[in-house]
Ligand binder design. Structure first.
Ligand SMILES: [Zn+2]
Length: 201
C-alpha cells in the first residue's frame, strides 16, 4: 500500500525550491476547522521525505524520527512567523534549527574510483538518515532567512490557511488559487455587506 503524504493543495510558491518552506507547510488548516498533517505517522513521514529525495527509497523511519522532524517544523514555523510579522525570535526555535544544522556532516567528501576518477559525495550512514534530512532542511532555512529572498517570505492571507510562500507575484499573498478565490469571495462578501448596511442606514 502506498502511503500518501500529499496534501490537497499544490506546493505554495517557493516551496518547491525551499525544503524549509515545504516542511513548514506540511501541516495545513482547512476551512471548517480540519487540520491535515502530512507527517502524522512514521509511514507518511517516510513517504514525505522519499518523495523529496531527502532519504533513499528503502528508508523506513521510526516515530522517534517523525517526532524530531515535527519539532523542526515547529521551530521553522516559529522563526518564519517572526520574520513575517516582525515579532521577536524565540531563541529556543533558533537553537532547534542550529542543532539540526550541525546534526549531520554537510561537507561532500572527496572520493576516488579507478574507472571514474575523483568525485564528491555526501556520506551519511544509515543511522543518520533523519539527521541528514534535517540538516539539509535547516541549511535551506538558514540561507533563506539570512539571504536576499528573506523579504519575500509571507504567510497566506486566506484564513484559516497558515501556509508560507515566497511573494513572487507582486502583492499576491496567498498560497494557492483555491486560497486566492477564498480571499476574493470574502472581500466581495464584505463589500456587499457594507453596501447593504449603508443603504439601510
Ligand atoms: Zn493558503
Amino acid at each position: 500500500m502506498k502511503v500518501m503524504s500529499d496534501l490537497p493543495l499544490p506546493p505554495s510558491p517557493g516551496a518547491r525550491e525551499h525544503s524549509s518552506i515545504d516542511l513548514a507547510n506540511s501541516v495545513i488548516r482547512l476551512p471548517g476547522g480540519k487540520t491535515l498533517d502530512a507527517l502524522d505517522t512514521p509511514g507518511s513521514t517516510t513517504a514525505w521525505l522519499i518523495e523529496r529525495g531527502l532519504v533513499g527509497d528503502g528508508a523506513a523511519l521510526q516515530s522517534y524520527c517523525q517526532n524530531r522532524l515535527v519539532r523542526l517544523r515547529e521551530d521553522l514555523r516559529e522563526v518564519f512567523t517572526a520574520r513575517v510579522t516582525g515579532s521577536a525570535v524565540d531563541s529556543r526555535a533558533l537553537e532547534g534549527i542550529n542543532a539540526a544544522l550541525v546534526a549531520a556532516p554537510n561537507a561532500s567528501l572527496l572520493h576516488y574510483a579507478p574507472d571514474s576518477g575523483f568525485f564528491r559525495s555526501l556520506d551519511h550512514p544509515a543511522t543518520q538518515l533523519i539527521e541528514h534530512a534535517m540538516s539539509v532542511i535547516a541549511e535551506d532555512a538558514a540561507s533563506l532567512l539570512a539571504g536576499d529572498e528573506a523579504g519575500l517570505l509571507a504567510q497566506c492571507e486566506a484564513e484559516p490557511c497558515t501556509r508560507f510562500l515566497l511573494k513572487t507575484h507582486g502583492r499576491r499573498q496567498w498560497c494557492s488559487t483555491r486560497c486566492g478565490d477564498r480571499v476574493r469571495a470574502a472581500r466581495s462578501y464584505a463589500r456587499k455587506r457594507q453596501q447593504a448596511n449603508s443603504e439601510s442606514a
